[in-house]
Design a protein around this ligand. Structure first.
Ligand code: ADP
Ligand code: MG
Length: 461
């Protein structure tokens, strides 16, 4: 029998479930702890036999499906009973504290807790206290704070936009956490993707009135990553009605998006005008000093010290994405812990060399790629988007698509849209260039030169 480690999948499944369920429901029925896994059977513990029977009946299939989706394996759940300890040392550390609160909401046994239970859909680490403010985000952060202090009455809706990993979710959840701490307001946080999935499911199961009731009667609605709604006409329509209901009732709405609303495609006009109402604020990549400050803040939170020169090195090399900045730090910490050695400049340089040279950290847009390539081929930018089919235009266009696929995070559909074409044209372009690379030995060096120029152009932005 092989012991397997499904714990990360378990945690991931729980966090997905947390996003899908109401706060009280999650608090009530997901006090389930991972114990072990053997041969695709995951054993978890629950507090009582009653609890076990309820969970089995209500959620066993649902949880198993979630884990299957994540692992691709046919896993099943086995329940063991383990009465939950009542915590004694409530203030000993944060972990114990959290646990106590969780247990208390289920069993109602501990009356001494004054602190409010955290909101089940919000990450406790995403607060204003932990958000470093720099030139790049101060307007957005101040607007967010003003809203959190006076929801529904200042700017409605607030829409925060900016590239991947620049702190949109953190800021949005900070609003939620602050309102949650200060009031009894009902707050819903959901990604546009989960909103869409839930909508589809509820339509299918004929439970639309419950869905409407839930979203149209909340005090604060936070919808993350609304660019996901592009092309999802029915979900857009539903959101439109939800929006109007909440807006008329002066309930606060906050959205995030990975680009300005004007650049969203396949969004109905009436929803677009809703997004643009209120206040739209952007997050820019942080400058060097802010990057250093963010890393220092993250170290402080983890009670770790790292030499300044290492912080400076990481901040200098990872310039446009805070998530990557943090990931580099985590990698260094893990390495140092594994070896039991302090982190030195040498170790950092060596450990992070791949990260530093990765093209994705430059947040380059397909537009930048197109401009560089147009210039290289002595064409205009609009030639690449237009219908012309001359030999060099076709090659330039295909190269631009090929490189966009390699060094941006855009999907094939998104790349196609930038060129006014559909994704199958992008696939075709990529295979044409692959073919040329095989038959023409100048092709690869040309692509490398172009990529370098593009990166340079991107880093000057
Ligand atoms: P996005 O939603 O824009 O993709 P996130 O909000 O998920 O980005 O942020 C990515 C990571 O960077 C998170 O761990 C977040 O805490 C951190 N982060 C982003 N901006 C800041 C900031 N100004 N101060 C501290 N941490 C930040
Ligand atoms: Mg996000």
């Amino acid at each position: 029998m092989a012991e397997q480690d499904y714990e990360v999948f378990w945690q991931e499944a729980l966090s997905l479930i947390r996003g899908e369920k109401d706060e009280p429901e999650f608090a009530m029925w997901f006090d389930i702890e991972y114990l072990r896994a053997v041969d695709d059977v995951i054993t978890v513990t629950v507090p009582s036999a009653f609890y076990r029977d309820q969970v089995k009946q209500r959620y066993q299939n649902y949880i198993e499906t979630k884990i299957r989706d994540l692992t691709g394996k046919n896993v099943s759940l086995l329940f063991e009973i383990k009465p939950r300890e009542r915590a004694r040392n409530i203030n000993k550390d944060e972990k114990v504290n959290e646990k106590t609160i969780k247990t208390s909401s289920i069993t109602n046994q501990i009356a001494i807790i004054k602190e409010k239970a955290p909101h089940s859909q919000l990450n406790r680490d995403y607060t204003f206290d932990k958000y470093v403010i720099g030139d790049n985000n101060s307007f957005a952060a101040n607007a967010a704070k003003a809203i959190a202090l006076n929801p529904g009455n200042t700017y409605n809706p607030l829409l925060i936009y900016g590239g991947v990993g620049l702190g949109k979710t953190h800021l949005m959840q900070s609003i939620g956490n602050l309102i949650h701490d200060k009031s009894e307001s009902k707050i819903i946080y959901i990604t546009a993707e989960n909103f869409t999935n839930e909508f589809i499911r509820e339509v299918k199961e004929d439970r639309m009135s419950a869905f409407k009731n839930k979203y149209r009667h909340t005090d604060v609605l936070l919808i993350d990553d609304i660019h996901f709604l592009q092309g999802k006409t029915q979900t857009q329509e539903e959101l439109f009605y939800t929006f109007d209901a909440l807006y008329d009732a002066k309930k606060q709405i906050v959205f995030t998006c990975d680009r300005p609303v004007s650049e969203l495609k396949q969004i109905t006009d009436r929803l677009r005008t809703r997004f643009e109402r209120g206040l739209n604020v952007d997050l820019q990549p942080p400058k060097y000093e802010t990057r250093c400050a963010i890393l220092k803040k993250k170290m402080e939170e983890r009670h770790i010290t790292i030499p300044d020169e290492v912080i400076n090195l990481v901040s200098k090399n990872i310039s446009t994405n805070i998530r990557d900045l943090e990931a580099a730090l985590t990698k260094l910490i893990a390495y140092a812990e594994l070896l039991g050695k302090p982190i030195t400049l040498d170790i950092a340089q060596q450990q992070l060399k791949d990260v530093f040279s990765s093209p994705k950290q430059f947040n380059i847009s397909t537009e930048t790629i197109m401009r560089v390539i147009a210039e290289y081929f002595n064409l205009s930018y609009s030639d690449l988007k237009g219908p012309k089919r001359g030999q060099s235009i076709v090659l330039a266009r295909q190269l631009a698509m090929y490189i966009a696929r390699e060094i941006t995070e855009d999907t094939l559909t998104e790349i196609g849209q930038t060129f006014n074409r559909d994704y199958s044209t992008v696939i075709h372009a990529i295979s044409r260039i692959d073919e040329r690379i095989r038959t023409d030995s100048t092709m690869e060096p040309t692509i490398e030169t172009l990529k370098r120029t593009i990166r340079e152009a991107g880093s000057k932005l």
